[in-house]
Design a protein. Structure first.
Lengths: 205, 171
């Protein structure tokens, strides 16, 4: 005997399409907006966290981005998807924050999940440096974040959205408000910089 | 060389995969949306809004213009030169519009001279009346054409300018 599968109700926020949720939220329906927050909170938080390398800053900025988006919902004309529009708000907010903070970086890194130690690509990268996977991965994590922070904000944003978040060049161009060629050249430059900075890990095993 | 670069970028991409394994404390996302909604309920403005952020939502075209200036500072000079040219052009046009009433004045003067030359008897009573007044003030029923334009450059009425209307007396 199998358990019945719960089918989401289209009248409940959890079962609604993004467009319907946005329409409800614009009318002040906070339950609908809560559902939108739940759908995108992980991606928005992760992007901001990778940009700042600080959990507390990412927490504040992610919350503020969602609050700002709710207040600006009336100005959302639907020219792009809500997801792209939300990303644009979060990225602009983060870049403004980083510019105000200037160069005072304070790393507050999240822990690595258990899967990191079992990732063969990562294990191969650190195995020639130290026999201890855990210590090797922590060292690589710190070095990686420091190298990312050395990049300018536009270059950092492109490499994070593409190589970590897995977005396409076109999506990034829409978020950054530039053309695809600019995204590609920024990505190439950012990768070159990172490669130079992480040279000790880039040697083939 | 290209292949080596590609290989190295592949290695870099593998290293960047580590970032995907960085996770916030357990249960963090379960409370996240609740915090956002309660802050919205409390009327939180979402942090102090910078000038750039306000501009981003209220006048995106202006924000884009400022961003363009940031990335290409040479454009600021070009924009400033263009603004100066527009200003100079405006001043020149205003000067030209000032010269129009002078022409009118000249036309009015020559018309009066012509009419007096044709009929000098009309001028005599006026000269007599002028000589009778103690202050020597000459009055005339001819409309005075002001040198001041009726409206300024920005469409505001000149308070010193009052259009005169004359109605023929009697009959």
């Amino acid at each position: 005997m199998t358990e019945p599968v719960a089918i989401p109700d289209a009248n409940e926020p959890a079962g609604m399409l993004e467009g319907d949720l946005v329409r409800h939220a614009r009318r002040g329906d906070l339950a609908a907006y809560d559902e939108l927050v739940r759908r995108y909170q992980e991606r928005i938080y992760a992007t901001i966290y990778h940009m700042t390398a600080n959990h507390d800053d990412a927490n504040d900025l992610a919350q503020e981005s969602f609050i700002k988006a709710y207040q600006a919902l009336k100005t959302f004309k639907g020219g792009s998807s809500f997801y792209t529009w939300l990303y644009r708000i979060a990225v602009n907010k983060t870049i403004n924050f980083i510019k105000q903070r200037k160069n005072k970086y304070h790393l507050s890194l999240n822990d690595l999940d258990i899967n990191a130690e079992n990732d063969p690509d990562l294990v191969a990268l650190v195995s020639h440096k130290t026999p201890s996977r855990d210590a090797g991965l922590s060292e690589l994590q710190k070095k990686l974040n420091e190298s990312l922070l050395k990049l300018s904000e536009p270059h950092r944003m492109v490499v994070i959205l593409h190589d970590i978040q897995g977005m396409s060049h076109e999506e990034i161009a829409e978020i950054a408000g530039c053309n695809v060629g600019t995204v590609r050249s920024r990505l190439f430059y950012a990768r070159q910089q990172l490669q130079g900075d992480l040279a000790e890990y880039m040697k083939p095993a | 060389m290209n292949n080596r670069d590609n290989y190295n970028f592949e290695t870099l991409k593998q290293a960047l995969k580590l970032k995907r394994h960085e996770v916030p404390p357990p249960g963090y996302f379960q409370k996240f949306s609740g915090k956002v909604i309660s802050r919205i309920h409390a009327g939180d403005s979402g942090g102090r809004q910078s000038f750039n952020e306000r501009l981003q939502y209220q006048a995106p075209w202006l924000a884009n213009l400022f961003q363009l200036f940031e990335t290409k500072p040479g454009l600021i000079g070009a924009f400033a030169i263009a603004s100066c040219l527009v200003l100079v052009l405006g001043v020149v046009l205003a000067e030209r519009s000032d010269s129009a009433p002078k022409d009118l004045m000249a036309t009015a003067d020559s018309a009066a001279e012509n009419s007096n030359a044709e009929n000098p008897s009309l001028l005599a009573p006026m000269l007599t009346a002028a000589s009778d007044t103690s202050g020597g003030i000459v009055s005339s029923t001819n409309p005075v054409v002001s040198l001041q334009p009726a409206a300024t450059l920005f469409g505001q009425q000149n308070p010193l300018f009052q259009p005169a209307a004359f109605a023929p007396a009697g009959n």
